[in-house]
Design a protein. Structure first.
Length: 205
């Protein structure tokens, strides 16, 4: 789909309804970080709010899933929907910086993220957690979220936890590092002249 580009900026919307999940998300890439997250997994909702706020992307998302089974379908499909909405808002990615990298500190935790909106999905994820859960979120699903996000967004993502002790801090640090790198990658380059940021004249995917 083509992005809906209005005088107020770039917007995308994706709705996904399956037997496992019902999720819809609207994003505004040129927003200010306003978020509304309706999700029954409290800590996951907190991370999505941090994602929108620190990327300065307006994000409105409603999430329902088969939590009586487990959280996997819900977390993964949420990434598919949000990543797809961002990709739709980007359109053919003309004029964007395309790449972004950020090092985010949070108390004793430190995370690095680098993103390339290349159209070629790839995730390198280096992080480990001590506990099975933080709040009500299963920590093994953090990797699954970013894997699905990289695929849906059509991006190369390198996300590394450099250090940390507290699992809450570590996960939040990863989400915020991703958010800030994403903000840089989707921003409009002041001298790009509306060109696709590739010597090929097009980005894959």
């Amino acid at each position: 789909m083509a992005a809906e580009v209005t005088a107020s900026g770039r917007r995308g919307h994706v709705q996904r309804d399956t037997r496992e999940t019902q999720i819809q998300a609207t994003v505004h890439l040129d927003g200010v970080g306003r978020t509304r997250v309706d999700c029954e997994i409290g800590f996951f909702a907190h991370m999505l709010e941090a994602l929108g706020r620190h990327a300065h992307i307006d994000l409105d998302v409603t999430i329902r899933g088969d939590l009586h089974v487990d959280q996997h379908h819900t977390v993964e499909d949420t990434a598919i929907v949000i990543g797809g909405a961002i990709r739709e808002a980007l359109g053919d990615r003309r004029g964007v910086w395309r790449t972004g990298a950020f090092r985010f500190p949070m108390d004793e935790a430190l995370a690095d993220c680098a993103i390339d909106l290349s159209g070629r999905p790839h995730l390198t994820f280096k992080a480990s957690f001590r506990n099975e859960k933080v709040g009500d979120l299963h920590t093994d699903l953090v990797h699954e979220f970013f894997q699905a996000m990289a695929i849906a967004l059509g991006a190369t993502v390198h996300l590394t936890l450099e250090r940390g002790e507290n699992d809450h801090h570590k996960i939040e640090c990863l989400f915020k590092a991703f958010a800030r790198a994403l903000e840089l990658a989707v921003a409009i380059h002041p001298r790009a002249g509306g060109e696709v940021p590739s010597t090929k004249g097009a980005l894959d995917g």
